[in-house]
Design a protein around this ligand. Structure first.
Ligand code: ATP
Ligand code: MG
Length: 250
């Protein structure tokens, strides 16, 4: 199953979710999961300890441009069933008319090997995001519940999904869920959460990701939260999210 993690807004927790949700699916549900970093910022790669500055790591760009076969850019995290295909800034200048075909060529065989492929996307509705959404089974939309401007981005993202489905660009694209993250006890946050619960009672994940400094630290230090701080709120929230996701897909 191919799942894009996307919203047309920066800093909402997309990469954080790609790293820790995939880790939880492997750790607690015994699945094989591949994270494809399709963001030239390379944040998800960094979250698994692969520096976007390193020059001795193959990336998704090497695969897309035909330099190497896909499996050579698949790195196992700590010899587990959790794998990452990293990205770095070179992806930003990647441009090809055949991009959809090339990404499809990566995804199809990998979809047979892995139970889940999570694609971490950049915050803009560019070619990467559109193509990934056209090739995905579903989307997870992470919103920053501590910022009311996120609502506009959410509405825009939902409209994009609707267009993709209605034009037939990908009639099978479904919304796996809207994920409220960076949840804290401010008034704005409780207002955003009430609005989300009212408007999208079925799409909104019951699990909320609380604001947790351990999450912010772990991403930059290159370890999923279950290794960096297994007893933190962040670890607990992502563990619950994985369980809820498994209920949704079954
Ligand atoms: N629940 C949380 N608690 C605390 N910090 C968080 C939480 N979620 C995300 N962060 C932090 O917020 C910042 C942005 O998160 P992240 O990189 O996952 O967002 P993003 O949506 O992928 O951003 P971009 O759009 O730039 O790709 C990071 O420093 C991350 O560690
Ligand atoms: Mg990101």
């Amino acid at each position: 199953m191919i799942v894009s993690v996307a919203i047309e807004k920066g800093g909402t927790g997309k990469s954080q979710t790609a790293v820790n949700l995939s880790s939880a699916l492997v750790k607690f549900h015994g699945l094989k999961v591949l994270v494809i970093d399709l963001d030239p910022q390379g944040t998800a790669s960094l979250g698994f300890g692969i520096s976007p500055l390193s020059s001795d790591t193959y990336t998704v760009e090497d695969v897309l441009s035909g330099k190497i076969p896909a499996q050579e850019a698949v790195y196992s995290y700590n010899d587990s069933d959790l794998c990452i295909m990293p990205a770095n800034h070179e992806l930003a200048i990647y441009g090809s008319k055949e991009f959809t075909e090339e990404l499809g060529k990566i995804l199809r065989p990998m979809d047979k090997i892995f139970d889940f492929i999570l694609i971490d996307l950049p915050p803009t509705l560019g070619n990467f995001t559109m193509t990934a959404l056209c090739l995905s089974d579903s989307i997870i939309i992470p919103v920053d519940a501590s910022a009311s401007v996120c609502i506009v981005a959410l509405l825009s993202q939902l409209r994009t999904v609707k267009n993709i489905v209605e034009t037939g660009a990908n009639a099978n694209l479904s919304i796996l869920g809207i994920l409220a993250g960076k949840v804290n006890n401010t008034r704005i946050c409780s207002e955003v959460l009430s609005w989300l619960e009212e408007e999208y009672p079925n799409l909104l994940f019951e699990t909320k990701i609380r604001q947790n400094i351990k999450l912010a630290e772990s991403l930059g230090l290159g370890e999923p939260i279950f290794d960096y701080s297994p007893d933190s709120y962040g670890a607990l929230d992502y563990k619950y999210l994985a369980a809820e996701l498994m209920r949704r897909v079954s």
